[in-house]
Ligand binder design. Structure first.
Ligand code: FES
Ligand code: FES
Length: 627
């Protein structure tokens, strides 16, 4: 492909460099000029992490062809703190704590700079509108808006420069004090290097061939044509694994690359390392894999039925993990109840969608130590698993945790680090892999989809006498964190309530879906969603206020949990009080709530109508009075 020459002014310097016509401006800035302040989050113009100025106008550089920079002036976030001194906006971000993982922050700073240039007096609503093209997945918007308002006021002289200074903290009194994040300056200036920003001399680029089938036997893999391609330095398959080929947080059931069988669409089958990403991608298309499709199962309850396709030979019933909890006598508890309510609740798979897609860099150092740099949330475990996979002693394996650009539990799994290590061993060169957004979505863990059937028996005055809770989760094709997720779902699912008779069962089930894994709240969310929804329904049936039914049953100081942990102090009642006050709750049973409220029904031009979600449950549950 013929090259083009780009003559532009980038961050105040004249640049004259060849570029490939297919390159985006983002590629040119990152790969050719080593300016990594602009990040790639989505690659599709949605998230704003790649924001730059072209002739003073804010653009998303991932959707701008490099040719558009010809003869133009381009500024990246690096230009804002060029002399090492942060801009007022960057200082305000630091002061306000407006950075969590930091991956969105360079783009946010650019968008905020554009907003202040367009209207130095913008109010909060206008600031929100002007930052609307940028996403923060860590949900840190409030602090970001606070930061922009602070910068605006300092810039306009409403506040002195000293408003940006660090708050004084009395010696040793850091708890509850406003202490600034140590890593914030590198986040707001774009200097912080995530794994995908790191480069090493002689570095190769890894790309992964993924399964198009949900369940199939691999009859053969022919990599010869790919290996013969110019620019290709190595091709690996499961045949290149010298040690124990299995990883997972609890059960080591996942091979680094599919071994004899694929179990979900997107599973890694082979990987190529080449001098550049384009060559590596081309080489993938030359690998010939012969599959023999097998019957697949995509629903956890179907996978539990006799005769369902078996995903792993070691688990013929497709059960990854079953966690039971037994306490008291539930049949007796139901018999003593005035009311028994049964309902089934479902939650869906959820994508983490952290802004930093998975990335890593591996190399063998001069002492023969395999070194992997990646945003791993579980590096000690990853290190031990990798040592077994590559058959090296643990002191010859090192993991370095790079900044995590959003994790939420999703980066607990060692999905791609094994491939990087194997390729570094094979090629004796540093190797880097940066996932695309699509690759991240197709191949990495989701929140476990669940179905929870809850049966609760209560007395007329709202006391819970018995609970039966059964949750079936789709764990997908591999175990990952399923065992721990099922455990947390079981232990915490019935909530902070005194329940004398309790029977809990949670099951994680293998299917041919994308593996499910850790996600914030780790299984407790699914079961507690069921329990809390159920309490609202029970309150409605008994004519009780939803807060009241919770107070009646709440654990108090000295309570014993369902798994017999003695609790010295329980803050739940204080939480309920605070939530009731903060929500401006209208007391009463759910049947009467919503329609009668006047305080949030300010309907008029420019005012959104009130949200009625959850204001009243329509139920068709089985409601039975006990004999
Ligand atoms: S908008 Fe460019 S990477 Fe998301
Ligand atoms: S701080 Fe915004 S995405 Fe993490």
């Amino acid at each position: 492909m013929p090259e083009i020459r780009i003559d532009a002014t980038v961050n105040g310097r004249k640049v004259s460099k060849p570029a490939k016509p297919h390159q985006r401006l983002l590629d040119f800035l990152r790969d050719d000029l080593n300016l990594t302040g602009a990040k790639e989050g989505c690659g599709a113009g949605e998230c704003g992490t790649c924001s730059v100025f072209i002739d003073g106008v804010l653009y998303k550089s991932c959707i701008v062809p490099v040719a558009k920079a010809q003869g133009r002036t381009v500024e990246t976030v690096e230009a804002l703190a060029k002399t090492g001194e942060l801009s007022i906006l960057q200082k305000a971000f630091h002061k306000s704590g407006a950075s969590q993982c930091g991956y969105c922050i360079p783009g946010m700073v650019m968008a905020a700079t554009a907003a202040m240039r367009a209207n130095p007096f913008a109010d909060r609503e206008e600031i929100k509108e002007r930052l609307g093209g940028n996403i923060c997945r860590c949900t840190g918007y409030q602090k970001i808006f606070d930061a922009v308002e602070l910068a605006r006021d300092v810039q306009n002289g409403t506040l002195p420069m000293s408003a940006l200074a660090e708050d004084q903290v009395d010696e040793g009194k850091y708890i509850g004090a406003n202490v600034r994040r140590l890593d914030a300056p590198s986040k707001v200036s774009g200097a912080l290097k995530y794994a995908g920003d790191m480069v090493m001399p002689g570095m190769l680029h890894l790309q992964v061939l993924r399964s198009p089938h949900p369940h199939a036997l691999i009859e053969s893999i022919d990599t010869s044509e790919a290996e013969a391609m110019e620019g290709v330095e190595g091709v690996i398959t499961c045949a290149d694994v010298p040690g124990e080929d299995g990883f997972g947080v609890f059960v080591h059931d996942q091979p680094v690359m599919a071994r004899g069988k694929v179990r979900y669409v997107g599973e890694a089958v082979a990987a190529v390392a080449a001098e550049d990403v384009v060559t590596a991608k081309r080489a993938l298309s030359k690998i010939k894999v012969v599959y023999k499709p097998l019957p697949a199962v995509f629903d956890a309850e179907s996978a539990m039925q006799p005769g369902a396709p078996v995903i792993h030979d070691y688990a013929s019933d497709n059960v990854t993990k079953h966690i039971p909890i037994r306490k008291g006598d539930i049949e007796q508890g139901f018999a003593e109840s005035d009311l028994v309510v049964e309902q089934t609740y479902a939650t869906q798979a959820i994508e983490h969608a952290y802004l930093e897609p998975e990335a890593g860099l591996a190399y063998v150092d001069p002492d023969g130590v395999m070194t992997v740099i990646s945003p791993s949330q579980n590096i000690t475990h990853h290190r031990h698993m990798l040592a077994k996979i590559i058959a090296r002693p643990i002191n010859k394996v090192r993991f370095i945790m790079s900044p995590v650009g959003g994790g939420f539990g999703g980066k607990e799994d060692m999905i791609y680090q094994g491939m990087l290590a194997l390729m570094a061993v094979k090629t004796r060169r540093p190797v880097r892999l940066v996932f695309t957004r699509e690759e991240s979505m197709i191949s990495t863990a989701k929140r476990h989809p669940s179905r929870t059937t809850l049966r609760m028996g209560l007395t007329r005055d709202g006391r819970i006498k018995a609970v039966s809770l059964k949750m079936i989760c789709d764990g997908g094709a591999y175990g990952l964190s399923t065992e721990g997720v099922m455990r947390k779902a079981a232990i915490l699912g019935a909530g902070p309530y005194n329940i004398p008779n309790l029977q809990v069962d949670t099951w994680g089930i293998y299917t041919n879906n994308t593996p499910s894994g850790a996600f914030r709240s780790f299984g407790a969310l699914q079961t507690q969603f069921a329990t809390e929804s159920h309490l609202d329904i029970c309150a409605e049936r008994l004519g009780l206020d939803p807060f009241e039914i919770r107070r009646i049953n709440a654990m108090r100081d000295g309570a014993q949990t369902h798994t017999r942990q003695q609790l010295k102090s329980v803050s739940y009642l204080r939480v309920l009080d605070a939530a009731e006050k903060a929500s401006n709750w209208e007391k009463g049973a759910p049947v009467s709530r919503g329609d009668s409220r006047t305080d949030f029904a300010r309907v008029g031009e420019g005012v959104r109508s009130p949200c009625s979600l959850g204001a009243r449950f329509e139920t068709n549950d089985k409601l039975e009075a006990a004999e």
